[in-house]
Design a protein around this ligand. Structure first.
Ligand code: IMP
Length: 451
């Protein structure tokens, strides 16, 4: 039981998202792909995720597809645990094709069991936002309503598109028409946001169905029962490496995050077990890496995390590290590194290693402030993902001496890491109780050091 599976590694966000895990995924995918085949597996989220891929003179934002889609020898699997928007997916596929000279380099497999997230869901999310705080901070991609369909036992799945189950799709439209009517809106006249920033009307039942039919015919070839493929390749440790790329982050998981800025999917690597119907036991993933920003944290939404900062430091970091949402373009809140929260998330997410990005975000005149505990009325207390509780805690800070940014950016091996940065890294690792696998100090591939 739980014997580590050779050549497997998973990356998840270790805080509130946007930690930059894509760059590490990219490194491992390339590394493994040089030696053999790689399965790059995604098990949660949908168009709410976003990361920018840059190589040669190509720069594009990916949402539902992982960046490994540009790498030979890679099979990208969009798993059962995802909620996929067909229109967005087709737009992404087209962009990827264009960027790679007309055809997709990697292979794409969409699990026929993956759920659909449609314009109806986006419209419902808009209608709900007038009624509940939970809808206010979403990315507007219809994620929660799509997962709600799964929980209420009437999801539309990718295979319904492939088989073209018109009755099921009609029933779906009717259901949302009535739900939305109950909230005082007319579904056909409601707008839904598209990936490219444009909006479209959901339209009449006929229009909705016709559009979906066009999407179905284009996506059909990617949709399949992937269970046999996963079983076979997971067992074949010699020919197939496995890389798991989570969306969002453990601090956005609705069980462990702070309401209302949580998402509806399982943001821990544990979600892989569900998504593969138990074929892959997530505890067998050899390294389960939580990626965090080293010298600060960022947070999108209205939650108030205890270490949030305003003013000059926040503005500087926001500009230097481009802290604006990749999907929503919203300016992100900036906070000091909150180790009690990070430690809690790693326990919740059963991670085995840390990966630290943004080691270069340091300032000559400013110490690196790190929260190392909380107090309520002078008594030490733990982290708990509860907004009311977190409003009462007082963070306890430790100041770390800053390090030379230039030396950090030029470092290429452990011994070249500035002394003060080494002291900081050891403290973080000891506090959280996990070894640090890798650090990054710039966006380029060579700007990483494996420890
Ligand atoms: P949803 O995932 O669209 O339902 O949004 C729910 C919450 O999760 C909102 O507060 C979003 O801003 C947040 N969220 C979703 N995806 C991401 C992400 O990739 N990075 C940061 N926040 C995210």
């Amino acid at each position: 039981m739980n014997k580590p599976r050779k050549n497997s590694i998973g990356f998840c966000g270790g805080a509130y998202g946007d930690e930059g895990k894509g760059r590490f995924v990219d490194e491992y995918v390339h590394k493994f792909a040089k030696k053999g085949k790689v399965v790059l597996y995604r098990d949660n989220g949908g168009s709410n995720a976003g990361h920018t891929v840059a190589f040669d003179d190509v720069k594009l934002a990916l949402h539902q597809l992982p960046s490994g889609v540009f790498v030979k020898n890679v099979v990208c699997v969009l798993g059962k645990g995802m909620v996929l928007n067909p229109n967005d997916l087709l737009m992404e596929i087209e962009e990827v094709k264009k960027a790679s000279g007309g055809k997709i380099i990697a292979e794409i497999k969409i699990d026929e069991m993956a759920a659909l997230s449609l314009d109806t869901h986006r419209a419902f999310e808009t209608a709900l936002s007038n009624y509940q705080s939970g809808g206010k901070g979403s990315t507007g991609r219809g994620i929660s309503p799509a997962y709600m369909d799964v929980i209420l036992r009437h999801p539309l799945r990718m295979r319904d598109l492939k088989k073209w189950d018109k009755k099921k799709i009609k029933d779906h439209y009717k259901l949302y028409k009535n739900l939305i009517k109950g909230l005082g809106f007319d579904l056909a006249k409601m707008e839904a946001k598209r990936l490219d920033g444009t909006t479209t009307f959901v339209g009449s039942e006929k229009e909705f169905i016709n559009e979906l039919k066009t999407h179905a015919s284009k996506l059909k070839k990617y949709i399949e029962d992937v269970s046999g493929f996963i079983k076979e390749t997971w067992a074949n440790t010699k020919d197939y490496a496995y890389v798991f790329e989570k969306s969002q982050a453990i601090g956005l998981d609705m069980r462990y995050g702070v309401y209302p800025d949580v998402t509806a999917s399982d943001c821990t690597l544990g979600g892989v077990t569900y998504s593969t119907e138990g074929t892959i036991d997530s505890f067998q993933i050899e390294k389960r890496v939580a990626v965090i920003k080293a010298t600060y944290m960022s947070s999108v939404g209205i939650r108030k995390i205890p270490t949030l900062v305003e003013g000059e430091f926040a503005n500087r970091v926001r500009e230097d590290a481009n802290e604006y949402g990749a999907t929503t373009k919203r300016p992100r809140g900036i906070a000091y590194l909150d180790l009690p929260a990070i430690k809690y998330y790693q326990k919740a997410g059963y991670t085995t290693h840390l990966g630290l990005t943004h080691m270069d975000i340091v300032y000559k005149d400013t110490p690196v402030m790190v929260c190392i505990g909380y107090e309520i009325n002078g008594k030490p207390v733990d982290y708990r993902p509860d907004q009311e509780y977190l409003l009462k805690v007082k963070p306890v800070y430790k100041e770390f001496k800053t390090w030379d940014q230039k030396a950090m950016m030029e470092a290429r091996k452990e011994s070249e890491i500035p002394k003060n940065a080494q002291i900081f890294l050891k403290y973080v690792s000891d506090y959280v109780g996990l070894p640090i696998l890798v650090i990054a100090m710039g966006p380029k591939r060579e700007e990483t050091i494996f420890l």
